[in-house]
Design a protein around this ligand. Structure first.
Ligand code: ATP
Ligand code: MN
Ligand code: MN
Length: 304
């Protein structure tokens, strides 16, 4: 293996005009990805990331010393953060919390400077935190569930949604499972959205009880796929498109065209370099604009 030169630089490099301290810190020791490389990756991907993250409350996963050391989730703006990172107080029922959001690449790179690796937006935008603009089915494999079974499950969901007249999108999480996302008009409140998703998942369990479960307890999942409909609630999040995951190998969460499902081998198969190559080859998924809603009939069908 070639020895990499690590001569210390006299000034911190700037990415999107944000100075990056400890640029050569290998925040992914195994994959040998440095803090500066992570910042440059997000900068390269800004045209794909900013549109999907802007104006959404976000949780961040910070690993200031890299993925081998302590990581923690943070959703409220810290004292050391500049105006690139916005803050909004969101009240819900009896409680109220401050949440962060960003509208520009400067905010994203500042996050990286502060040790953020993963970003997890909500399914709402900050101007209306009570009305989700998408629903997400998060498919989590139980022990020994082959990836092919997860792939089939996403197709099952896609087809069921099609029967309801709904278009959905596919994403590999960079972890173990896949997400199916359904864009919707901002008309439903959380209660309605969650009820629909729970009952949709329940119908899948009752049709194919050997394959699926909605039991949260990991122990009881057995060899089944956990249909995690709980992403569809107030303050719930799902991993952002092109977020690098704080896991070995620095895998990336990647939205995919449904016609790519067949060839998919694992949810964590895309590295930073793979994503950049797809970008150069113009192979990144482009979201078509979709304007759809859950009709009264559909909601009635899944009321209980
Ligand atoms: P995998 O494919 O491995 O399941 P995932 O991103 O779907 O990856 P999950 O554990 O299923 O991971 O979690 C689903 C989502 O819930 C995450 O993407 C994240 O947004 C959110 N989440 C999970 N754990 C936490 C946590 N401790 N704090 C905040 N958000 C979390
Ligand atoms: Mn999951
Ligand atoms: Mn989950």
């Amino acid at each position: 293996k070639a020895k990499t030169k690590t001569s210390k630089r006299s000034t911190n490099p700037r990415v999107e005009n944000i100075p990056i301290s400890h640029p050569d810190r290998k925040i992914f020791p195994e994959a040998e990805v440095t803090k500066e490389q992570l910042a440059r990756f997000y900068s390269e991907m800004k045209d794909y990331i900013i549109p999907v993250v802007a104006k959404r409350p976000i949780s961040t996963l910070r690993c200031p010393k890299g993925i081998s050391e302590k990581c923690f989730f943070q959703r409220n703006k810290g004292s050391g953060m500049s105006d690139n990172i916005h803050s909004i107080e969101i009240a819900h029922k009896d409680s109220s919390h401050d949440y962060m959001y960003i509208n520009s690449i400067s905010g994203l790179i500042e996050f990286v400077q502060l040790g953020v690796i993963e970003l997890h937006p909500w399914n709402v935008r900050v101007d209306n935190s009570e009305k989700p603009d998408r629903l997400i089915f998060d498919l989590d494999p139980g022990e020994d569930v082959p990836f092919e079974a997860i792939k089939l499950a996403t197709l099952d969901i896609k087809r069921r949604l099609e029967e309801l007249g709904l278009v959905s999108f596919l994403k590999c999480t960079g972890g173990k499972g896949l997400h199916v996302t359904v864009p919707v008009q901002r008309r439903l409140d959380w209660e309605t959205a969650k009820t629909f998703c729970r009952n949709f998942a329940k119908a899948m369990v009752s049709d194919t009880p050997d394959a699926y479960t909605i039991n949260m307890s990991k122990a009881k999942r057995g060899g089944k796929i956990f249909l995690d409909y709980l992403r569809n609630d107030y303050a719930s999040t799902a991993v952002m498109d092109y977020s690098v995951r704080a896991r070995a190998g620095a895998p990336v969460a990647v939205p995919l065209n449904w016609n790519e499902l067949d060839g998919l081998e694992a949810a964590n198969q895309f590295s930073i370099d793979d994503v950049l190559e797809r970008k150069n080859k113009k192979q990144l998924f482009e979201y078509p604009s979709v304007n759809q809603q859950l009709t009264k009939e559909v909601l009635n069908q899944y009321k209980s």
